[in-house]
Write a protein that binds this ligand. Structure first.
Ligand code: NAD
Ligand code: GLY
Length: 362
């Protein structure tokens, strides 16, 4: 088992990575929480695959547990859903030492984390991510959120989990489209912070997508290490360092929001297109060399990660102003400078943004 540490002073916590970890989760959770009372939040796809066995394992180890199952999909990341869940947990007798377990993908993780942060002014929670996206990104770093009509993730908190338990075996049941979507966040780490990792992905991306055990372990660990470092440097996204994790997201969130967040554009699918458009924008503005967009696009295309879109720039650009990085009516973009390095650029040039949206349309 690999153990990484998210170094945040008294809010520090471990990230454990191992194939088969779910069957020995109890021993890792116990020292990190204040009671043996677990409320498991999961979704309708993950529950039949993993919740029963996970509950049994916790009970055998002396925990009491109860599961709360939300509908699978982004629509569950809503304020209304969070409110319903909070009422259900209070009615079930949640007290301040009850801890929540987010068993599922980024939707469940963000929703459960948000609930944990406001329930009784904050209860402990543990992340048990089961998608590639959640294992490499959303379960680590303490960003919690629900979506708003005004855009993605606009209601949320920074609230760190007590531990993250990653069982890479769960990736074996993840549908290929979801693997490709999660892969976008993995590739993002290579682009912003680690040229060697990007090159490794160029050679081994297909193995990750095929849920090859060794390749997944390597990709998950490397991603979590990079994220751990960035989160430790800028937990609350105040210095611009953590904002780098948003490469591709200003474009990607616009696609997701315009699609109605109905699952037709997955988060990671938006991020993949967004990484390519950010690279094209960067090359047009002379921020990166001309070959970078082509190389980025070629890789995403090869792994089948680029979804087409037909919305116009006029439809998509208004969403970009609602991005959390936008300030004083200006769009700020994370742009690649070279493979392995990125930076935040303020006050994006709207005509160039319009051009890359239009040229990317199919
Ligand atoms: P998701 O949670 O919707 O999971 C994708 C699908 O896979 C769902 O249908 C789910 O039921 C199913 N699933 C999950 N695990 C499975 C498994 N092991 N086998 C079979 N099916 C499984 O989506 P996601 O891609 O995991 O997460 C996307 C969300 O994460 C978005 O809302 C995004 O905004 C958020 N996010 C948050 C952060 C953060 O830092 N908090 C970072 C990146 C993304
Ligand atoms: N996924 C962006 C962040 O955690 O900051």
């Amino acid at each position: 088992m690999t153990e990484l540490r998210i170094g945040l002073g008294e809010r520090s916590y471990p990230v454990y990575v191992e194939a088969g970890l779910l069957s020995r989760a109890a021993g890792l959770i116990r020292p990190r929480v204040r009671s043996e009372r677990a409320f498991i939040i999961t979704d309708t796809n993950v529950a039949p695959l993993y919740a029963k066995a996970f509950e049994r394992h916790l009970r055998e180890a002396g925990f009491s547990c109860r599961s709360f199952v939300v509908p699978a999909g982004e629509a569950s990341k809503s304020f209304v859903r969070a409110g319903g869940l909070l009422e259900e947990m209070l009615a079930a007798g949640c007290d301040r030492k009850t801890f929540l377990v987010a068993l599922g993908g980024g939707v469940v993780g963000d929703l459960a984390g948000f609930c944990a942060s406001v329930l009784l002014r904050g209860v402990d929670y543990v992340q048990v991510p089961t998608t590639l996206l959640a294992q490499t990104d959303s379960s680590v770093g303490g960003k919690t959120a629900v979506d708003s009509k005004a855009g993605k993730n606009l209601i949320g908190t920074f609230y760190q989990p007590k531990a993250v338990l990653i069982d890479t075996d769960t990736l074996k049941t993840l549908p290929p489209r979801q693997m490709r979507a999660g892969y976008a966040e993995v590739a993002k780490y290579g682009l912003i912070a680690d040229a060697d990792f990007w090159e490794w992905l160029e050679r081994n991306g297909e193995k990750v997508l095929a849920a090859d055990e060794e390749a997944c372990r390597f990709a998950v660990e490397r991603s979590c290490r990079i994220k751990a470092q960035i989160v430790a440097e800028d937990e609350r996204e105040e210095t611009g360092r953590r904002a780098l994790l948003n490469l591709g997201h200003t474009f990607g969130h616009a696609l997701e929001a315009q699609s109605g967040m109905d699952g037709s554009v997955l988060h990671g699918e938006g991020v993949a297109v967004g990484c390519v458009l950010a690279a094209r924008y960067a090359a047009l503005k002379g921020v990166c060399d001309a070959a970078l967009p082509e190389r980025t696009e070629a890789h995403f295309k090869r792994i089948g990660g680029l979804v087409p879109y037909s919305w116009t720039a006029d439809e998509l650009i208004p969403w970009m102003y609602k991005d959390k990085k936008a300030l004083n009516g200006r769009i700020n973009l994370v742009l690649p400078i070279k493979i392995g390095e990125a930076a935040v650029f303020e006050n994006a040039d709207i005509e160039t943004v319009r051009r890359v949206w239009s040229e990317g349309r199919s």
